[in-house]
Design a protein around this ligand. Structure first.
Ligand SMILES: Nc1ncnc2c1ncn2[C@@H]1O[C@H](COP(=O)(O)OP(=O)(O)OP(=O)(O)O)[C@@H](O)[C@H]1O
Ligand SMILES: [Mg+2]
Length: 331
């Protein structure tokens, strides 16, 4: 079980003064301002849960994960992971957790992946039988064989991420923290990574804390989400609830050859009351709608006949959209 109680982290930042002289003054100054990255957050996660920890850029996700994994010490509040306080007992904690920071690899750059794995085996004192069984499982879910002997620096991003995931799981940790494990991956690799996470959770009952900006990751993996904004927790609950109210929102953006006139916009609005939101600029119109009520094809068909459309693109719902909705009390 993971218990997070009133967790807060403030960073000291040297007070900034403008200009070159200002920069010098800042450098030697003892004055500072505080930036509160995580602000009084509490939650409990049960064994075997997959929880999505989401929020906009800079919301405080990575800072929370760093305190949960023992990399950072909180300013106040507490974390306990199966009774262990991670930043106080880092070694004990490390035996039971795995971590992936998608934005930077933890693999040894110049070594083939296979050697990273044997090093980790020795560090974590994994027995030869356990190691073999574990590698077989990881190879099955992540398909590592084809690049096991390649130096990490020569791996593609997708291969590297699969390697990072495997490295985090070699010692069969009870809890894994995955901070953006699908960042920058193509659709196929993303899907493989998701399946692997699912399978690891189902097979070993591993608890997973996942941060991501990809809503599909959340939809496919998490039954529970915690949303944070500006360091504060703004939602903790079931994903079905969010989806029911909002999750099926889609949007299509149309670029037009001639200006989008207000009369046209009113006309489009009257076509179908299911258009939830229309946003337009001079040669641009964005339609946000609920996929439960209508389809992208239907919307596009209607608008093609009304506007002088040059091109259109389909946009995925963003985490930011959901955060905005929560503020407007629509969820
Ligand atoms: N070491 C640090 N010193 C000062 N400020 C920091 C430090 N680390 C993070 N911050 C600030 O704390 C806030 C939260 O950062 P954090 O990395 O936790 O966000 P995040 O939710 O992970 O964002 P992203 O989605 O971009 O990864 C940001 O404003 C960031 O600039
Ligand atoms: Mg982050």
């Amino acid at each position: 079980m993971i218990e997070v109680q009133n967790l807060t982290k403030s960073f000291r930042m040297n007070k900034k003064y403008p200009g070159f002289r200002g920069a010098l003054k800042s450098f030697f100054s003892t004055e500072y301002t505080l930036k509160t990255a995580v602000d009084n957050i509490s939650f409990t996660i049960q064994d075997g849960e997959i929880v999505g920890y989401i929020g906009a850029n800079g919301a405080g996700k990575s800072t929370t994960i760093k305190m949960m994994t023992g990399i950072l010490t909180p300013t106040s509040g507490e974390v306990r992971v199966n009774g262990v306080v991670p930043y106080e007992d880092r070694q004990k904690n490390a035996r039971d957790i795995g971590v992936v920071f998608g934005q930077k690899t933890q693999l040894w750059w110049d070594l083939p992946l296979s050697e990273t794995f044997t090093l980790l085996r020795d560090i974590y004192e994994v027995s030869p039988q356990d190691f073999e069984e574990r590698m077989a499982f990881l190879d099955e879910v992540l398909e590592l064989k084809e690049f096991l002997l390649t130096p990490v620096r020569a791996l593609s991003l997708g291969q590297r991420m699969r390697g990072d995931l495997a490295a985090a799981l070699i010692h069969n940790p009870k809890v894994v923290y995955l901070d953006e494990p699908t960042i920058g991956l193509d659709v196929v690799v993303k899907e493989n990574v998701r399946k692997a996470i699912q399978k690891i959770n189902a097979t070993y009952g591993t608890t997973v804390i996942l941060t991501t900006h990809d809503l599909t990751d959340i939809e496919e993996l998490c039954s529970r989400i915690i949303i944070i904004d500006a360091g504060k927790k703004i939602y903790d609950g079931n994903l079905a609830h969010i989806k029911e109210k909002f999750g099926y929102m889609s949007s299509v953006e149309f670029l037009t050859g001639s200006p989008v006139l207000p009369e046209k916009v009113e006309f489009i609005r009257s076509l179908d009351p299911e258009y939830l939101e229309l946003e337009y600029g001079e040669n641009r119109l964005q339609v946000k709608f609920n996929r439960n009520n209508t389809s992208t094809t239907e919307i596009t068909r209607q608008l093609m006949g009304t506007l002088d459309v040059l091109e259109f693109s389909i946009k995925e719902t963003s985490i930011e959209d959901i955060v905005k909705k929560i503020y407007r009390n629509e969820v």
